[in-house]
Structure formats: structure tokens, C-alpha cells
Design a protein around this ligand. Structure first.
Ligand SMILES: Cc1ncc(C[n+]2csc(CCOP(=O)(O)OP(=O)(O)O)c2C)c(N)n1
Ligand code: SF4
Length: 265
């Protein structure tokens, strides 16, 4: 359980390094939302650990005045789980890109969810491998692959929310990198959730997807319906299947289920 200790400012969680991301990259907004969420929760800097894989987005821990580890491609989850096991007093956040999460790291996701450690996994999904120059990732759409002439055009993209929901994650939210207040709110709720929390952050790579991509995302994204009930798993499955642009807490399992049988409704 996280209790607010003192009034903090987001800037107190940033170090002196200037990010090397391209101007307009979605990762800038994510970084700001991380520091906002930490300030809102009043977390002591030395009680936060951010564990990433490899990729542009995985550079994020390097810019935070917290503990951090830019690990190996696709391996943020086992390292974050191990850290939380050894140091349960830390707020542990795993993060990285869609390639890191759903290609090389995909095998770790179901098992992290089964173990249900009290960590947050924040995936910055820009639908490509940014760091290695814009190749298709497991979440790249057919449309985009056709547009860019990328090979592997016939591969069906992964649906990240449906994937983690099927694996039994207790907290699942979707947000987007152009909306800092929303990202910070989702991250705050995820950190407070006592179990494995997943955030699917729709993000942008302006260098390999074009400058207009943030505008496209802004137009497509919308909040969940007003009468939406995040504790209803059937509704969550329906939204996960039908609406890839709905933002908000898609699923939150009641705490009574988390102790003995974490994956039960
Ligand atoms: C074991 C291993 N395989 C491949 C790579 C090359 N590599 C580095 S980052 C990356 C993908 C980056 O894409 P993503 O995780 O989506 O992050 P982004 O750069 O888009 O933020 C790849 C394939 C590597 N560093 N290590
Ligand atoms: S290449 Fe793409 S993902 Fe990487 S920093 Fe530039 S805009 Fe961001």
C-alpha cells in the first residue's frame, strides 16, 4: 500500500541528462507522465526502481532520478520480478517498447502475470522498432506495413490488451503518449494496484511513421463509454476485441481474488 509522504514536484524525479530522443517522439510525454505520477504519489526517489529492456523507449530510466536498469532486450520483466521479490519495499516499474514486450520478450509476459508480483509494466507501443530504424514489430498494422513496403506484410498483429487479459492480468489500462494527464493518472492507479498492472500506451515514432502520426492518434483515441464497468471481465474482453482506441482502465480485478487464486474472477 502506497501512502503519500510529502508534497513533491515532478522535476524532483528528473536528473540532469537531456534525452537523445528525436524531437516529437512519444517517449518525452511518457517521461513527463512518470515524474508527474511519482510526484502525485509523493514517492521517495530512493524507493523507485525503473527496469527497462532495450530500445528508444527503454532509455527512459536513464533520465529519472530514481534507481534504474536499462537491461537486455526483452528481459525487463524477469529482472523487475526478481527485484520486487528481493526488495518488496520498492515501487518497481518495468517499461519498454512493443518490440521489447511482444517480440523477444513475449514469453515472459504470461509467467510474470501468473506470478502476480506487485509491479507495473508500462509498454510504449509505437508499432515499430524505433531504435533499429523502423522495422515492423508484432503490433504493426497491415495498413502501415503496406504503406511502408515492409516485409512480413501477411502477419496478423498482436492485440496487447487482449493478450494480457487472456493471461489473467488483474489491472489493465490503455493510454496514449499525447495525453500526459491521462498517462499520469493511469500510471498512478497502476502503481497503487497491489498486483501485476499492465499499461498499454499507444505511442508515436515520428521519424519512421511521419510527423502527422500524433495527430492521427489524437483523432482516433477516445475515452471508454461512460457506463463502462472495469470490474466486468466480459465487458473488458469485448472492448479489447472491438475497440483498439478506447482509453482508460479496461480491467481491474477485485482484490479478494488476488491472494489465493489470482486469475479467478
Ligand atoms: C538480443 C537482441 N536482439 C536484437 C537486438 C536489436 N534491437 C535493439 S532495440 C530493438 C527493437 C526496438 O523496438 P522496441 O522495443 O519497440 O522499442 P523502440 O525503439 O521502438 O522504443 C532491437 C530488435 C538487441 N539489442 N538484442
Ligand atoms: S527513432 Fe522513433 S522511437 Fe526512436 S527516438 Fe526517434 S522518434 Fe522516438
Amino acid at each position: 500500500m502506497i501512502t503519500q509522504t510529502q508534497q513533491r514536484k515532478p522535476i524532483e524525479y528528473r536528473n540532469e541528462l537531456n534525452p537523445v530522443w528525436c524531437t516529437g517522439c512519444g517517449d518525452y510525454g511518457v517521461l513527463k507522465s512518470f515524474t508527474r505520477a511519482f510526484a502525485k504519489l509523493g514517492l521517495p526517489n530512493e524507493r523507485i526502481a525503473i527496469i527497462s529492456g532495450i530500445g528508444c523507449s527503454s532509455r527512459l530510466p536513464g533520465y529519472c532520478l530514481t534507481y534504474g536498469f536499462n537491461t537486455i532486450h526483452g528481459r525487463s520483466l524477469p529482472i523487475a520480478t526478481g527485484l520486487k521479490t528481493a526488495r518488496s519495499d520498492l515501487t518497481v516499474i518495468a517499461c519498454g517498447g512493443d518490440g521489447d514486450a511482444f517480440a523477444i520478450g513475449a514469453g515472459h509476459i504470461p509467467h510474470a502475470i501468473r506470478r502476480n508480483p506487485d509491479i507495473t509494466y508500462f509498454v510504449m507501443d509505437n508499432s515499430c522498432y524505433g531504435l533499429t530504424k523502423g522495422q515492423a514489430s508484432p503490433t504493426t498494422s497491415h495498413e502501415f506495413k503496406e504503406m511502408k513496403g515492409l516485409i512480413g506484410i501477411d502477419e496478423v498483429p498482436i492485440n496487447p490488451v487482449l493478450f494480457v487479459l487472456s493471461c489473467g492480468a488483474g489491472f489493465i489500462a490503455r493510454t496514449q503518449s499525447g495525453n500526459m494527464a491521462h498517462m499520469a493518472d493511469m500510471l498512478t492507479q497502476a502503481i497503487q494496484y497491489p498486483g501485476f498492472a499492465f499499461i498499454h500506451c499507444l505511442s508515436v515514432c515520428v521519424t519512421y511513421q511521419g510527423r502527422e502520426i500524433q495527430e492521427v492518434l489524437d483523432q482516433k483515441c477516445h475515452p471508454l463509454p461512460e457506463d463502462y464497468n472495469p470490474s466486468d471481465q466480459t465487458q473488458a474482453f469485448n472492448i479489447a476485441r472491438k475497440d483498439p482506441w478506447a482509453l482508460g482502465v479496461i480491467y481491474r480485478r477485485g482484490l479478494e481474488a488476488t491472494e489465493e487464486e489470482p486469475n479467478a474472477q
